[in-house]
Design a protein around this ligand. Structure first.
Ligand code: ADP
Ligand code: MG
Length: 677
């Protein structure tokens, strides 16, 4: 079936086959999976049941030659009288004078279009000689890619369904079809292309959505299994006594969620399998602490760790916390793009001879001249900022180390089990004790002065504030100008009362470092910034986050920004300054004031903006589904995933009932039974 070329279909010659090739249709199966992108509904009703202004179908006899009048430069109007149920209906069609020849007096014609009840008139969209196929009032419309007309598509596919019923064999296990009441494959195809009713069409769609998601999830689970099994032999011999000792030295007690994530990670590090784990946790939930403790485990095993972060600022901050939290004898280097010359050479050689145990850095870490002595553990922070490409570079470098991906952007479950379906997931879903939720307010632009007064009051209490400038898409020049203007304005207003700092992406690394140091040590009380502070920055004394033109940001990004405050004991505030014009903008502001739960926000963001926007299309790593929609089909997705996990765990390919499913996957996946068994 898979192999049957389109040329074998009756009525498809070499020329049409070539045209089909151009739109990537090679086999009979490709054609069957080329689903209509919409359907026209030609349901024929008696005249008196037709509803004014709705789309209707009328079948009748052409009374006389149509009349065509031309007007304007290229415009025309065709009118034709059609006898229906003993009445005369007037058909009107615009700019299709050529159609005149199809309306032959005395012949039957079917027309479809908008109905005018008062004038007994129909504005014709579609027409068809002869009467409607009453058994098939729903007609498929294919996207007209290439040179193939809709009618031609319909004809070919009808032919397949007629001639190849035997070959369209089922591969979905019967238990699933029964359990979910799904139509079999042949019925499914037939109903997708030529629905007998909308109800049947719905069932057919359900089948193919489930099929699509199940096949995808099985692939993910198989990759996951293969990944683990193909890399045996990297068990780390960790000194847990030393790790426990380190935990006791920490300035706080770990939360239960942190302990649980650590247990997951240590189990993976100890095991001979390669870790491939996603650590999800809201901003401030303490992922860094988990990373530090776990990487110390690798250090005690005498191996190396690479800690990758998306920005230089973060690399610097993490370097500081690592040096603070880890014992002095652990040698830590920072390697970023701005470190050059002799210093860089020294660092590279320390990495290569193994004398440096922990390297923290940006993507400079995965450049070609970096060679590790014995890299066993790679931590990637804010992983969604690293493209799939960068993730692959690590694999291509032959790095079979244990991998931990951390993200503070809570990822809606549907996305995480799709984009990261091949990974294990640990979740820190509990905030450290004593954290007060950030109070969030939405104010209008004209309240700017009052807001600045509020900030000043907080500063008098010894606290600090961030002010984030509007995001101007595609232009960091304008971003910086905005920040500069605000910086100058505030300096004037608060002269002698508070020190204002300025941070933006064009500052040199040294300048950025200086600004952050000034802010962290409270020499600067207000930090005006572009969004560069978005990720990971930690100044617990800051209690106000004010965001200008907040409606320009997505929910997840606002949540990230809000996460910069509320990190200490004091009550913190987030002030969203915005005059949103659209409903979506207003809705976003409202949602922000209602919840501080990152996972809930992520789900709402997904609903409001769609999956592509959440990650950035290119970096999303999301597969493109033909039918399935990650927002609406989340239940099917969960079901498919549960089924896939069970199938793979129970080695379904050994069971005769599942043989055809396995064969089908094998053709697609190129997996051999030996690696799986
Ligand atoms: P994340 O990386 O998840 O955003 P961090 O690891 O930076 O969070 O932690 C945020 C703040 O909370 C830091 O100041 C950290 O020292 C502190 N912290 C982490 N874990 C705990 C805990 N269990 N109890 C109290 N404070 C904690
Ligand atoms: Mg962090």
């Amino acid at each position: 079936m898979n192999q049957l070329s389109v040329q074998q279909i009756k009525g498809v010659g070499p020329k049409l086959a070539e045209t089909l090739e151009q739109i990537n249709i090679h086999t009979v199966e490709d054609l069957l999976y080329y689903f209509p992108n919409r359907y026209d509904h030609y349901e024929q009703k008696p005249l008196h049941e037709l509803i004014h202004n709705e789309k209707v179908t009328i079948v009748g006899e052409v009374l006389q030659e149509p009349m065509v009048t031309f007007y304007g430069r290229k415009k025309s109007r065709l009118t034709v009288n059609i006898r229906v149920d003993g009445a005369v209906v007037k058909g009107v069609m615009f700019n299709r004078a050529f159609a005149k020849k199809h309306f032959v007096p005395g012949e039957t014609i079917s027309v479809n279009g908008k109905w005018d009840q008062h004038r007994l008139q129909i504005t014709i969209d579609q027409y068809k000689k002869g009467s409607m196929d009453a058994s098939n009032p729903i007609s498929p419309i294919y996207s007209s890619k290439g040179d193939i007309k809709n009618a031609q598509f319909q004809k070919i596919i009808k032919q397949i369904i007629q001639d190849y019923q035997e070959e369209i064999s089922e591969f979905m296990p019967t238990p699933f079809l029964t359990k979910y009441k799904l139509p079999d494959r042949f019925t499914g195809f037939s109903e997708m292309h030529f629905p007998s009713s909308f109800q049947q069409l719905k069932h057919a769609k359900r089948r193919f959505i489930y099929e699509e998601l199940l096949l995808f999830q099985i692939k993910m689970q198989l990759y996951r299994k293969r990944n683990r099994e193909a890399t045996q032999g990297n068990a780390q011999v960790i000194n847990m006594e030393q790790v426990k000792h380190l935990i006791q030295q920490f300035p706080f007690a770990l939360t239960e969620a942190q302990k649980k994530s650590l247990a997951d990670i240590f189990r993976d590090l100890h095991s001979p399998y390669r870790m491939n784990r996603l650590l999800q946790g809201d901003v401030g939930s303490g992922k860094t602490a988990v990373a530090v403790i776990s990487l110390y485990g690798t250090v005690t095993a005498g191996k190396q760790v690479a800690f990758m972060v998306p920005t230089e600022i973060l690399a610097e901050q993490h370097e500081v916390s690592l040096k603070e939290l880890l014992p002095n004898e652990v040698k830590i280097h920072r390697l970023t793009g701005s470190i050059k010359g002799k210093k860089r050479q020294q660092i590279l050689s320390d990495i290569e001879d193994g004398s440096c145990q922990v390297v923290i850095g940006t993507h400079a870490l995965i450049q070609d001249d970096v060679h590790f002595d014995d890299l066993a553990y790679v931590i990637i922070d804010e992983q969604h900022r690293f493209g799939v490409h960068q993730r692959n570079t690590l694999r291509e470098k032959g790095i079979l180390a244990d991998m931990l991906y951390m993200t503070a952007t809570p990822i809606p479950r549907t996305l995480s089990i799709t984009a990261f379906g091949d990974m294990d997931v640990s979740k820190i879903d509990e905030m450290p004790k004593g954290r007060k939720p950030v109070e969030t307010y939405w104010v209008k632009q004209n309240m700017f002065e009052r807001t600045v007064n509020f900030i000043y009051k907080e500063i008098k209490k010894g606290s600090q504030a961030y002010i984030i400038c509007p995001l101007i898409e595609e232009s960091d020049k304008l971003d910086i100008q905005n920040a500069l203007d605000l910086f100058v304005q505030l300096q004037e207003v608060l002269q002698g009362k508070a020190t204002v700092g300025l941070m933006h992406g064009r500052l040199s690394t040294e300048e950025k470092e200086q600004v952050m140091l000034d802010f962290a040590s409270n020499n600067v009380q207000i930090l005006v910034s572009t969004t560069v502070v978005e990720v990971g920055v930690n100044v617990p004394n800051a209690t106000v986050m004010m965001i200008q033109d907040a409606d320009r940001f997505g929910l997840s990004q606002l949540h990230q920004l809000r996460g910069r405050v509320g990190r200490g004991e004091k009550q913190s505030y987030c002030i969203l300054v915005a005059d949103p014009k659209g409903e979506t903008g207003k809705e976003r502001m409202r949602i922000m004031t209602e919840t501080t739960d990152g996972f809930e926000l992520a789900e709402r963001d997904l609903e409001l903006r769609g999956p592509g926007d959440l990650f950035g299309v290119k970096q999303s790593g999301l597969p493109e589904f033909k039918l399935a929609d990650l927002v609406h089909d989340y239940r099917a997705l969960e079901t498919a995933r549960t089924d896939a996990i069970e199938l793979v765990e129970h080695q379904f390919w050994k069971d005769a009932d599942y043989q055809s499913l396995f064969d089908y996957l094998q053709k697609e996946l190129d997996l051999d039974k030996q690696t799986l068994a």
